[in-house]
Design a protein around this ligand. Structure first.
Ligand code: ADP
Length: 925
């Protein structure tokens, strides 16, 4: 039989189900689920593109209970509401012609408490896994053991209802099922522990309930597989003969396949290290007639057809392919065509390969990535000493470059005694060296440090390429030319750059700060839009007309009607523009001044800014759009009545002239320029600001110098809820999620959901000039931002309202009365005291209770340069200045006297993309 016949002929399982070939995609965790374990659309696509010529896909393990998830981003089957998402995966796989099996598991003592909201994991016994930092689990009671078996049964039912062709019971990887069988983790003295037979009861019970559910809800064609790890290293621990003993018992009850869990299909014993015989050989030699009836699947290290054939020579009936199926979505097809494959991926092809970002960062996958983006790079070799700064430290970093790669990164000066710092430095160093590019994701929890290290490497690369170019006689001072220069790398600038690039223009982004993202990165609530697809999905009835009216009312009727019309009209397509670029804002909340849920934010309820900027940066990198950091645009060059270029000053003080036909000014507002704020609004002297340091209004001056008009300069918004010691903005989504404001006396004093200007005015009118934003555990759980505030130490929490009031030095009788009264309003959905009509979501009664002390801070400058509805900058006579475009907070007029929460993000995407379009059109002319 030739190779293709061996691999690609059909195969019939013991239950009579025919598989079109013997090839399976192995179940591999992608860490791509939503925070609650539901399925993301990225995951559906990941599986869809891998289905087709491979016979069967085993979808990654799904936790059957919310205490059972063993890694971040795990997907779950613990509730009926997970069925529709899982059904999408099954449908996608079936649509391409493969079968779909779902693996189900419970992590037991392998679960990290951090993944289950700080709760203690469960296990057969209160014995921690033998690894550093492992939590000691709580031993399940007999009743709870029965309960978990029941949950496995429910999971099987859900898999059937989601349309899967089968389930694979995950009895391997030291998860709960294996924990019950192991004499190491199971030290129980009841019927579930002790003897080998007792320890086998749990895996057998899980198989029994699986059969029961299949009989009840499916038919004979439904496939039941079981995955096992053959040995454990621990003493005592599972040995190979124990495994055979259990497998014989499982086989006797009926199974359609067994899945041998090994890193390499032909691996020998890890316990008897003197014996080189592959375990599969021993398995085939020792198994009974009954066990031999069950097809056995091998996995580990299969990349080419020859690997699969060798595995089959040793006795495997079925072959599961892991990493090769990640690197080659059409793996089976390639093998069928006789290709010889190498296990690596081009660093620039993540999107093309449909690999979700978390999986791309998974160590086993990351190890397959080869950097191709620097293929053409040439450096002058040497050690480059770079001085950079993170949030807290001056760092000196030595970057060693060879002719074509980054060879080393060393911390020469910095807080090298700080373990946390050194650990994250090591992580970002490894990440950059492995990918051999500074364009890697920052380390979670060490963003500023990671950005500093990335910057040091980028600077060294630029210096060294320049040095090499100079040696090769290239004139670096010759004028550069691009179609479009974008000034500022906030949301408006990035959106404009992407759009202009996508319409064929060459684009340069110039950013004066050391990092990308501007003030947008701090945006919290979300992006407003009416009549969107995501609102329709959620059954939210909205209208553009109402959105217009409410924005106008919120802006005190001062908004420029034409700009506001354009804004409202283009908002839904801006939401779609983001979605098609992988930035999904499909969770919806509300902000002050809006009567309807129309504030779109990431599905997990997290703050919009970081998510938006990282998504936009991903798109910028994918398109290789150049970004010059630490570089200011100091002048817009203007000749013969039109823009001809820009003058830049780099961090090193070098002046560069770039010729261009179009400049898009997206430099943000001027909240961080207190002189300018006070010039227009003397009453705001001494106010803190929520903005980043770069919000200094320089773009307004740049444009004024070429004649631009300005409007509404005195319209400056103060945000009511700013933590004063850190200037940290407490998102409106907390109030939108159900929080209230109380004064130092413990009383509510205003409608919390009124517009920002009105709420701010009321806080300033209080004798103490501050207030507390108060919420309970229910609100916290639904708003990721709240966790960020807790982590930053901004929140005072207590187990009861009384304790909270006492900690805040408040009269607790008054505070309790306030809560009781407010909760009554929630119940009847009517606020008798202050007329709050929105976000009367749930009573504040679930401990712990939280409070943040807040007062207003300067937040947004509504005034700015004048533009028309096509983003062309207008001069004082309201005539177009050819070649000058502006978008985002630098522009005045759209928001009138008060910007509604959620309208700034909408503004930057709507007008940013319009500006990109206009600038690209000009380039074409
Ligand atoms: P928006 O929300 O309108 O996009 P952001 O505040 O998010 O505005 O972004 C504006 C960006 O422009 C900031 O990162 C700021 O540092 C940058 N910027 C401001 N002035 C200049 C300038 N003269 N040259 C280059 N970048 C600038």
């Amino acid at each position: 039989m030739n190779t293709n016949d061996r691999l690609f002929s059909s195969f019939t399982l013991p239950n009579g189900t025919e598989l079109k070939n013997r090839l399976f995609m192995a179940p591999m965790t992608t860490c791509t689920g939503y925070y609650d374990g539901s399925v993301t659309s990225e995951l559906v696509e990941y599986y869809r593109v891998r289905a087709g010529s491979i016979g069967t896909i085993i979808v990654e393990c799904c936790f059957i209970d919310d205490l059972g998830l063993a890694f971040p981003g795990a997907i779950g089957i613990d509730h009926d509401d997970k069925i529709p998402g899982l059904a999408k995966i099954a449908d996608a796989i079936h649509g391409e012609g493969s079968r779909a099996i779902l693996q189900i598991y419970h992590g037991g003592r392998m679960v990290d408490p951090k993944l289950i909201g700080g709760r203690t994991p469960v296990g057969p016994s209160a014995v921690a896994a033998p690894r550093e930092g492992a939590a000691t689990p709580v031993a399940l009671t007999g009743e709870e053991v029965e309960g978990i078996i029941g949950k496995f049964g429910e999971a099987v039912r859900r898999a059937i209802q989601a349309g899967f062709d089968g389930v694979e019971i995950h009895g391997a990887n030291t998860y709960l099922i294996q924990q019950f069988y192991s004499p190491n983790s199971n030290q129980r003295s009841d019927e579930w522990g002790g003897s080998r037979d007792n320890r086998a009861k749990f895996p057998l019970a899980v198989l029994d309930i699986t059969h029961k559910m299949v009989r009840q809800y499916a038919d004979d064609a439904f496939i039941i597989g079981y995955r096992f790890s053959p040995e454990e290293l621990e003493v005592p621990g599972i040995r190979f003969d124990d495994t055979l003993y259990l497998l014989e018992k499982l086989a006797a009850r009926g199974l359609d396949y067994l899945h041998f869990s090994l890193g390499a299909a032909l691996r020998p014993s890890i316990v008897n290290t003197d014996d080189p015989t592959p375990l599969i050989d021993r398995y085939c030699a020792l198994r009974s007639e009954t066990l031999a009836q069950i097809p056995i699947m091998g996995v580990g290290g299969v990349v080419n057809a020859s690997d699969a054939c060798v595995a089959m020579d040793h006795g495997y009936d079925l072959i599961a392919v892991g990493r090769a199926a990640i690197a080659y979505p059409d793996w089976a097809e390639r093998v069928r065509n006789g290709e010889t494959l190498e296990l690596f991926m081009d660093s620039t092809r993540r999107e093309a390969l449909n690999i979700p970002e978390p999986l791309w960062r998974f160590s086993l996958v990351e190890a397959m990535i080869r950097d191709m983006s620097m293929g053409e790079s040439k450096f002058k070799p040497g050690v480059f000493v770079e001085n950079v700064q993170d949030d807290a430290n001056e760092l000196v970093i030595n970057v060693t470059l060879e002719t074509d790669r980054i060879a080393d990164i060393e911390l020469a000066e910095g807080p090298d005694q700080n373990v946390e710092f050194v650990t994250s430095f090591e992580e970002i160093r490894t990440r950059i060296l492995d990918a051999n590019t500074p364009h890697v994701d920052a380390i979670t929890g060490a963003t500023s440090q990671s950005e500093a290290v990335k910057k040091a490497v980028s600077k060294a690369m630029v210096k060294s390429s320049k040095a090499l170019a100079a040696e090769e006689g290239v004139d670096l001072n010759q004028d550069r030319r691009v179609d479009v220069v974008v000034v500022g790398s906030g949301g408006a600038g990035l959106a404009a750059a992407i759009q202009a690039h996508d319409e064929g223009a060459s684009v340069l982004i110039v950013e004066k700060m050391p990092t990308i993202g501007g003030n947008t990165i701090k945006a919290s609530a979300g992006m407003n839009a009416a009549e969107t697809r995501f609102q329709r999905v959620k059954g939210i009835q909205d209208s553009k007309a109402l959105f217009y009216q409410e924005s106008l009312k919120g802006g005190g009727n001062k908004n420029n009607p034409e700009l506001l019309h354009r804004f409202v009209e283009n908002a839904p397509q801006a939401i779609e523009w983001l979605a098609t670029r992988g930035i999904m804002l499909n969770d919806i909340t509300t902000t002050g001044g809006m009567s309807i849920d129309r504030t779109h934010r990431p599905k997990d309820g997290s703050a919009v800014g970081g998510y938006l900027i990282s998504g936009l940066v991903r798109n910028v990198n994918k398109r290789n759009i150049e970004v010059m950091l630490d570089t200011s645009v100091t002048d817009i060059l203007f000749e013969n009545g039109e823009v001809t270029g820009v003058r830049l000053t780099t961090e090193e003080g070098e002046t560069i002239v770039v010729s261009t036909q179009s400049v898009i000014v997206a430099t943000g507002g001027f909240s961080a320029n207190s002189q300018m704020v006070v010039k227009y609004r003397p009453d705001l002297d001494g106010f803190v600001t929520t903005n980043h340091k770069g919000a200094t209004g320089g773009g307004i001056a740049l444009l004024e110098r070429i004649g631009a008009g300005t409007v509404d300069m005195g319209e400056i918004q103060i945000h009511p809820t700013v933590e004063q010691t850190t200037s940290y903005l407490i998102s409106e989504s907390i109030r939108g999620g159900g929080a209230i404001l109380v004064n130092q006396q413990g009383n509510r004093f205003f409608n919390e959901m009124e517009t920002r200007d009105k709420v701010s005015a009321q806080i300033i009118a209080l004798p103490e000039k501050y207030a507390y934003i108060v919420f309970d555990e229910h609100v916290r759980a639904k708003n990721k931002a709240a966790d960020e505030y807790i982590a930053k130490g901004l929140v005072t929490s207590a187990s009861s309202p009384k304790a909270l009031a006492e900690t805040l030095g408040m009269d607790y009788h008054a505070f309790l009365a306030t809560l009781e009264r407010y909760n009554g309003f929630v119940e009847k959905q009517h606020d008798d005291d202050f007329g709050r009509t929105t976000a009367l979501r749930a009573p504040i009664n679930e401990g712990p209770f939280h409070a943040i002390r807040i007062a207003p801070g300067v937040h947004h400058t509504m005034g700015g340069v004048t533009i028309n509805t096509e983003t062309c900058v207008l001069n004082k006579e309201r005539q177009v200045i050819p070649g000058a475009f502006a978008a985002g907070e630098v522009v005045g007029g759209i928001h009138g006297g008060n910007r509604i929460g959620g309208n700034a993000v909408a503004d930057i995407i709507i007008f940013g993309t319009l500006a990109g379009h206009q600038a690209a059109m000009r380039a074409k002319r």
